[in-house]
Design a protein around this ligand. Sequence first.
Ligand SMILES: [Fe+2]
Length: 384
Amino acid sequence: MAPQCFETMPRIRFGAGSVETLGEEVRRLEGSRVLIVTDPGIVKAGVLEAVKTVLDKAGLAVTAFTEVESDPSLEAARACVQAAAFARPEVVVGVGGGSSLDLAKVAAVMITNEGPIEAYFGMELVPRPGVPLILIPTTAGTGSEMTSISVLSDTHNQVKKGIVSRHLFARAAILDPLLTLELPQRVTAITGMDALVHAIESYVGVRATVFTDTLNLQAIRLVAGNLRPAFANGRNVAARENMLYASCLAGMAFSNTQNGLDHALALAIGGKYHLPHGLLTAFLLPWVMEFNAIAVPHKFARIAEAFGEPVAGLPALEAARRAVAAVRALLADLGISTRLGDYGVSRQDIPAIARAALGATRLIGNNPRAVTEADVVGMLERNY
Ligand SMILES: [Fe+2]
């Protein structure tokens, strides 16, 4: 085996009610001034108030930036960084979905690093560690709480870009399923699918390691067994807890490998059409799996197995195709169409989307099958 490397963040609190430990976690990081980064939905759902109460009880000084938008733009990130510069926090706490957590990461490192933010798009370009960061996901999800990645929309160039830096790792993550019980059904479906896409892209990718394989297979099993129940009844705490666990495992893995063609396409389409990230990655998944299956059929066969497909005795490629069928069945149960035309994407944009996707080398570099613009155009045309 070639030498491998695996890296992750240092501390996870997990389980129903674990958000109550937030004050203790902030104290552990020797902070007394806290900035919470979150979005208006979290405020409306009363979650911000609950988090503030925990911090008040611990005697901590709290300010909040509550203006995170979904698919945060560079401009939105700048506003958040300005709020952070003003608040001068000793600890940043991100609460919410992937957008809030990604902006909390940016805020934490921009307190200690000179701008501009766009200078840090790419791999390991952030010079100094940020202020300590705690991340609390309220979707299951992006796995952002476990990754060293922050994705922002460059609205000027109509493309989404990632900052990847070890300084973006949180010092602690708090995974409390009770915070996810009120998620609307559609959000449960698309964020849960995003976690599955992370696990699959990381598992079949060329940068997969023995460590990421274990995490990803378990994440796939958990999503296969729990996404339908969580979707069917949002108050199923066990299913919610397992989805949060799955999303965390997949995040831990793909932070090391990055994703693949599915995410490259999702960022390319998402840069122009503001569709939710999880929706994009979800409907692209069966197409990309079909395309990639011949590169690593034995791995796709294991995915089919993780979905409980009866694949024993089948040739690897046939078993691999069962994995695609299992994903299509899941998408059908979640009410997610797999036709590009259903999402308002114009056919004329397909060549530009293909070009932009192939430009995302961080992601394409992990895809198990070499891919050309013609491959991508063919894939989008076939599934229009
Ligand atoms: Fe994703």
